[in-house]
Write a new protein. Structure first.
Length: 294
């Protein structure tokens, strides 16, 4: 067995183990991969038979016509069941200057607007501003609450234990390289003892996140945990009520789900199943043709 074949086998085995852990009982091979050389594995019954993000499929290539047709029909069934109040969530939209790329827009936001931010008291205790990281043209974006100790130390979001779990969910569960998504937080400086951000801290920082969303223009935003979901949707509903449904949010769809840190604390079959169901819907929406999500 060559090294390349062994690498592919190991990747597929890792993903199969992960899918089994989160409750997927059957898997099937779908579109031929364009990255990493491994066959995408999709849980049967997920209603997402299209290619993974970062691996756009050429029509008919690597997938039988009947399977491709079934995937298109399933993707077309994606619906938005709830909508958030547009008057609250669509204000102050940001538009990139003519000719500017998303990468240039994010860099300008970080350097010119945020700079060495001292807009709230969190600057006194931070080591680094945690702006965000990932693909500036990502179709999928994850938003958490705020940086923890590891993130504050490295200046990057989700690099601690919760970040490792998130990477596992993205890569092994969804079949998407982490480098192809974008990850950010509601606030960009670590609160003392990882407490919840306060209202004045959110007010000082949230506008930067909204600009990031406007610049990147993802198709789907996943809100990780109660705090991120409630803050983005201006809601006091529990995460158990918010999750599992798409909410219209600016020009994208927002899916709340449990935070990876919660999964680490409560790693039960039921919680794993819930997150898996949420992310199957996200994958379905990503694979759906533009304009088919309603």
């Amino acid at each position: 067995m060559s090294d390349r074949v062994r690498e592919v086998v190991d990747l597929v085995r890792e993903r199969l183990v992960f899918l089994r852990e989160i409750g997927a009982r059957e898997v099937t091979r779908v579109a031929a991969p364009a990255q990493r050389g491994s066959a995408p594995i999709q849980a049967r019954g997920s209603q997402a038979e299209g290619p993974s993000r970062g691996a756009p499929a050429t029509a008919g290539k690597g997938v039988a016509p009947a399977a491709a047709g079934a995937g298109a029909r399933a993707a077309a069934q994606v619906e938005v069941l709830e909508t958030a109040a547009p008057s609250l969530l669509d204000a102050d939209r940001y538009v990139l200057p003519p000719g500017a790329s998303p990468a240039e827009g994010l860099e300008a936001l970080r350097v010119e607007e945020i700079g060495d931010c001292k807009r709230c008291k969190l600057w006194r205790g931070r080591t680094r501003i945690v702006f965000g990281s990932g693909n500036p043209k990502a179709r999928l974006m994850f938003v958490g609450e705020g940086p923890g100790a590891d993130e504050d130390d490295q200046g990057l979001p989700f690099v601690g234990r919760a970040g490792q779990k998130l990477t596992e969910i993205i890569e092994k569960g969804m079949g998407i390289p982490r480098s192809e998504v974008y990850i950010a937080n509601i606030i960009k400086c670590r609160p003392p003892e990882n407490r919840d951000p306060e209202a004045e801290e959110i007010a000082a920082c949230e506008g930067f996140l909204l600009k990031q969303i406007d610049i990147i223009r993802p198709k789907v935003v996943v809100a990780l945990g109660k705090f991120a979901a409630q803050t983005l949707l201006r809601s006091k509903m529990p995460i158990s009520s918010l999750r599992g449904r798409f909410w219209r949010y600016r020009d994208c769809l927002l899916m709340p789900t449990f935070h990876p840190a919660f999964l680490l604390r409560q790693y039960t079959p039921e919680n794993r199943r819930i997150v898996w169901e949420d992310l199957k819907k996200v994958k379905q929406a990503l694979d759906a043709p533009d304009g088919s999500v309603r």
